[in-house]
Design a binder for this molecule. Structure first.
Ligand code: PEP
Ligand code: MG
Length: 601
């Protein structure tokens, strides 16, 4: 990571009657590549919506459209309230209170009146009117500097967001109306926002918040979008339409570059693309070390739309499908049929290669709107109702998802993977649910995977790693998730830019937990792979192979570089160096030993 700072170079021209300065900001480069293009600044908490003017004749229709969206929002809130009332305990009371407050905001509130005025007087389309009104209310609240009121603005935004979603319905794709090559700039870009970015249209993105191993960063790498996160007050320094450079390699954002700077970055960008094209030639080459050890390289995907990237990289299957992305950017969870259709498209798209579907892993920093009422605010979300804990608490969610996975398994090689497992009893409970769902589908004569797919466990907490020998008796394979394993072992939030420099998978404690897991797997005769971000960084490849791993799964664009490292690797030498590394107690020394080894011809 580079240090945060700012350099300023004077530059004339650009924005009307204004002197534009070239400014450079440093942050955390999370996805390699260089993007140069027009900026689109997204205001925090607001959805990206279409904006257009309406004619005087259209005003009445636009007001009706707005009223219908309000009606629909009220209906949704009423049905959520019925569900909330059926929950037990304090959570139910709290949720009902919140949902009542949201309903009140939909009748005659300042928000509603303000939007109606904007449609009538400014001839604004309804979505843009809601956004403009939300923006004005937010600024008014912010200027009061009252923390209680500041908290309430989130509720107003949530209600506004619901109205907007009901106005634009599902056909509208955020960011889709932007000119090709646009660079998104925001205070915060969530994993769900990233899932809406089409890499064919969006050039890259930059934000003030976020660390290198959070899911927003992971999505950027999966989509091959250059990205820099953790750039303080970036959204205030950039205006929509400014030319901006995102250097994801060095973690730098340049706003209004001079001609000379733009030309320099353009040359670097072309050199990077040339190198990428050379690596693409490795697509059909098997990942074989110099001494003939075969390593399996699969890819991690979040959405079916990433399949072409997996093919382009020559992936030997999907080692991790983060199914939670199917639940994002929508108001209701996907039905069994919807999930089945999405998963089947991936399974068929992989043409016989295995597809590992991980059950829902929401909670922590990954929030899915559609599950809003299942996840109450938590004091410490990363340690709260996340992943398998949520699925086991709301079993119908798990049953629906398992049914979809089992049905998709009728069309190819599917595996089930369970996130955030910490105890043997969780695996046993999931197995019981799988059996129940299988019986139900069999009774209904629905085609499902036969035999029942292998059930694997993510090893991503220190507890799971240290209990790997006992977990091995309940599951069919392990998948090591070094992103969370590092976070939970070192007590460092993977998505927090303030501690990003402390996040270190080379810490001896993390490496020992990986080793303990691979040894437990070997003893039990269990397959083990690694699907955390370490797998996609060629710097770690020799060490991971030395720790006993032969299956790695990573973001598709990372795969060719890892393969290239494998082709130059001698496993016997990697083992020797790993033994030396495992004797060290200092991560600095470990890094030196590893980097020296990587630099050997
Ligand atoms: C991990 O934790 O390493 C992992 C692969 O899962 P995720 O990044 O989705 O939490
Ligand atoms: Mg994880």
């Amino acid at each position: 990571m580079t240090t945060k700072g700012e350099t300023v170079v004077a530059l004339e021209g650009g924005r009307q009657n204004e002197t534009l300065e070239e400014k450079a900001y440093d942050g955390v480069g999370v996805s390699a590549g260089i993007a140069i293009g027009p900026a689109h600044v997204v205001e925090r908490g607001l959805l990206d919506v279409p904006e257009y003017s309406i004619t005087a004749d259209d005003v009445a229709d636009e007001l009706t459209r707005f009223d219908q969206a309000i009606e629909k929002s009220i209906k949704q809130l009423r049905s959520l309230r019925v569900k909330a009332a059926a929950l037990s305990g304090a959570a139910s009371e709290e949720l009902c209170y919140l949902l009542d407050a949201h309903q009140q905001m939909l009748s005659g509130s300042r928000l509603v009146r303000g939007v109606q005025d904007r449609i009538r007087e400014q001839r604004s389309n309804a979505e843009a009117a809601v956004q403009a009104e939300l923006s004005e209310i937010s600024h008014a609240f912010a200027s009061m500097e009252d923390s209680y009121l500041a908290g309430k603005i989130e509720d107003v935004r949530e209600v506004g967001g619901r109205i907007v979603r009901n106005l634009i319905k599902s056909e509208y794709k955020a960011f889709s109306g932007l000119p090709s090559g646009t660079i998104i700039v925001a205070e915060e870009i969530t994993p769900a926002d990233t899932a809406l970015m089409d890499p064919a249209r969006i050039g890259g993105f930059a934000s003030a918040l976020g660390g290198a191993e959070g899911h927003t960063a992971i999505m950027a790498r999966s989509l091959g979008l250059p990205a820099v996160l953790g750039v303080p007050s970036l959204a205030h320094a950039v205006h929509s339409g400014d030319t901006i450079i995102v250097d994801g390699v060095r973690g730098r954002v340049v706003v209004n570059p001079s001609e000379a700077t733009a030309a320099k970055y353009q040359r670097r960008r072309e050199a990077l693309l040339r190198r990428q094209r050379q690596l693409d030639r490795l697509r059909g080459v098997p990942a074989l070390t110099r001494d003939g050890v075969r390593i399996t390289l699969q890819c991690n995907i979040e959405l079916p739309s990433e399949l072409p990237l997996a093919h382009q990289a020559g992936a030997e299957g999907v080692g991790l499908l983060r199914s939670e992305f199917l639940y994002m950017n929508r108001d209701d969870p996907p039905s069994e049929d919807e999930q089945y259709v999405a998963l089947r498209s991936v399974v068929e798209g992989m043409e016989g290669e295995p597809v590992t579907v991980r059950t829902l892993d929401v909670g922590g920093e990954k929030l899915a709107l559609s599950l809003g009422h299942h996840i109450s605010p938590s004091v410490n979300p990363a340690l709260g109702l996340r992943a398998i804990r949520l699925s086991l608490k709301f079993q119908p969610l798990l049953e629906t998802q398992l049914a979809a996975i089992l049905r998709a398994g009728a069309h190819g090689d599917v595996r089930i993977l369970l996130p955030m497992i910490t105890t043997v009893s969780e695996v046993k409970r999931v197995r019981e649910v799988v059996d129940k769902v299988v019986r139900k589908l069999n009774r209904a004569r629905v085609a499902i995977a036969e035999p029942v797919p292998p059930i694997g466990v993510m090893i991503e907490t220190p507890g799971a790693a240290l209990a790997a020998d006992t977990l091995a008796k309940t599951c069919d394979y392990f998948s090591i998730g070094t992103n969370d394993l590092t976070m939970y072992t070192l007590a460092i939030d993977r998505a927090d830019e303030q501690v990003a420099h402390l996040y270190d998978p080379l810490h001896p404690a993390v490496l020992r937990l990986i080793k303990f897991t691979t040894e437990a797997a070997a003893k039990a005769g269990l397959a083990v792979n690694l699907c955390g971000e370490m797998a996609g960084n060629p710097r770690y490849t020799a060490l991971l192979v030395g720790l006993g791993l032969r299956d790695l799964s990573m973001a598709a664009p990372s795969l060719p570089r890892v393969k290239q490292r494998i082709l130059s690797l001698d496993v016997k030498e990697a083992l020797k160096r790993t033994e030396q590394i495992m004797e060290q107690s200092d991560s600095g020394m470990i890094a030196t030993l590893l980097d020296d080894f990587n630099a050997l011809p």
